[in-house]
Design a protein around this ligand. Structure first.
Ligand code: AMP
Length: 430
């Protein structure tokens, strides 16, 4: 019989076998973020709809087609967050962080929501890891953010990453560049997809973001003919100097990158640096993460002009790639307690004591000795602690090391030390 309810379309359950890998990845990431001196910020999962509409731009796909917008019982116009940055900036302003220190390094993680068409690597609820460095206009800030971005992936075992990077200049530079694109595409307007034709009117830069195969072929042909103008050739002197300094900083830090002239950000608050990483094994949804500078954003939200640079990493996709590569989190059970009828009560207490320090499994169903031994063997536990009735009466328990197959008896009081020593030898304490 089919179950009555299923998880809503585009959402998924992560079962313990999945969450083990997620937790491993999250812990690795936290280590990197701590060492870079970033502090964790937790913001609500929903905000005023207006906040997202204003920051993402009314014409963006996110606002027009993808927002989970709802009214609560108090008739407030709210939306589930489709990304982190808007909420982070709202919190930054609400708590007057700008007045407390010049530079803030913040990270956040959790679910975000977009009503898109679900497919592999694309969900309606997914998780992001978001970092922002707020308050510094210096190229060094961009370099730190890109370096942190790469180091997070490296901590997960991505060794072969190449970041694609571009500069999107200032809004005025982009407008002028957009006009050039409009003129360039005008003669072939009819050959473009309906989406791109609409973008040609509203925001011509976004034609370069197209996923349509026909559009992509057209753009590639223009490139091959050497007719595609490059945004970085149109930068003003300050933006150019910033761009050169960012690339020099990345070189110095040993970060591999490729310049991607097609990497553009349509939204007005983006300035200068834009970057992304992709993994082709994911097919159409290949973007693993991306970010850039958004010097105009805080002002747009009513704050005084404050520069910022940051990124969002899509955790679901990063983990998909890791799973495809065979990554697995280790089994964690370290100790299995096996008791007899006369020692069950004692075993329960011993399990509780050991759990202050070790991962311990114990039978809760009153199963017989043989069944417990079998289950212990299957559990993958490194150590079996056996509480035989006679031995317990003599003040002894048996400790079996399933790795070496050896067994010895010892006093219950000596058990914790013996486990510690055994795990230390192997370096696999869990
Ligand atoms: P964006 O804010 O669109 O630049 O997204 C940042 C990252 O989040 C992307 O590079 C993806 O890895 C991930 N992402 C975006 N949309 C989805 C989605 N619908 N499902 C899963 N991951 C997503």
């Amino acid at each position: 019989m089919a179950p009555k309810h299923q998880a809503p379309r585009g959402t998924r359950d992560l079962l313990p076998a999945d969450t083990a890998l997620w937790r491993w990845a999250e812990e690795r990431a936290r280590g990197v973020l701590d060492r870079y001196g970033y502090g964790e910020l937790r913001t609500p999962m929903f905000e005023d709809y207006e906040l997202f509409a204003r920051t993402a731009g009314e014409s963006s796909d996110v606002v027009q087609k993808e927002m989970y917008r709802f009214q609560d019982l108090g008739e407030r116009d709210l939306a589930l967050r489709p990304e982190f940055t808007a909420g982070v900036m709202r919190a930054y302003l609400e708590h007057g962080l700008g007045g407390r220190a010049r530079v803030h390094r913040l990270w956040s993680t959790g679910p975000v929501f977009r009503y898109g068409r679900p497919q592999k690597g694309r969900y309606r609820q997914f998780s992001q890891l978001n970092c922002e460095l707020i308050g510094s206009p210096a190229p060094g800030a961009d370099v730190e953010i890109v370096t942190l971005f790469v180091d997070l992936y490296e901590a997960w075992g991505f060794a072969d990453l190449s970041v694609v990077i571009n500069s999107v200049g200032q809004p005025a530079t982009r407008r002028a560049y957009g006009e050039r694109l409009r003129a360039l595409f005008a003669p072939m307007r009819d050959k473009l997809s309906a989406d791109s034709q609409a973008r040609l009117e509203t925001n011509p830069l976004r034609v370069l973001d197209t996923k349509d195969e026909g559009d992509l072929a057209l753009i590639a042909a223009i490139r091959d003919e050497g007719r595609m103008p490059h945004l970085i050739d149109e930068l003003d002197a300050d933006d150019r100097a910033h761009w050169d300094a960012v690339l020099a900083g990345l070189d110095a830090a040993g970060i591999r990158y490729e310049i991607d002239h097609g990497l553009v950000r349509g939204l007005d608050y983006y300035t200068r640096t834009a970057f992304e990483v992709h993994d082709r094994s994911l097919g159409a949804q290949s973007a693993l993460g991306g970010g850039g500078r958004y010097d105009g954003l805080i002002e747009m939200l009513g704050g005084s002009p404050t520069p910022g640079v940051g990124f969002a990493i899509g955790l679901d996709r990063a983990l998909l790639v890791l799973e495809q590569r065979g990554a697995k989190a280790d089994a964690t059970t370290a100790v299995c307690l096996v008791a007899m009828d006369g020692t069950r009560a004692a075993a329960t207490k011993l399990a509780r004591d050991l759990r202050r320090e070790f991962v311990v499994e114990i039978d809760v169903e009153g199963r017989g000795f043989g069944a417990q031994m079998k289950a212990a063997g299957k559990s993958g536990a490194r150590f079996l602690v056996i509480l035989g009735e006679e031995e317990w009466g003599r003040g002894e328990i048996a400790l079996k090391d399933s790795k070496t197959g050896t067994q010895r008896t010892l006093a219950p009081g000596a058990l914790a030390d013996a486990l510690r020593a055994g795990m230390r030898d192997e370096g696999d304490r869990s």
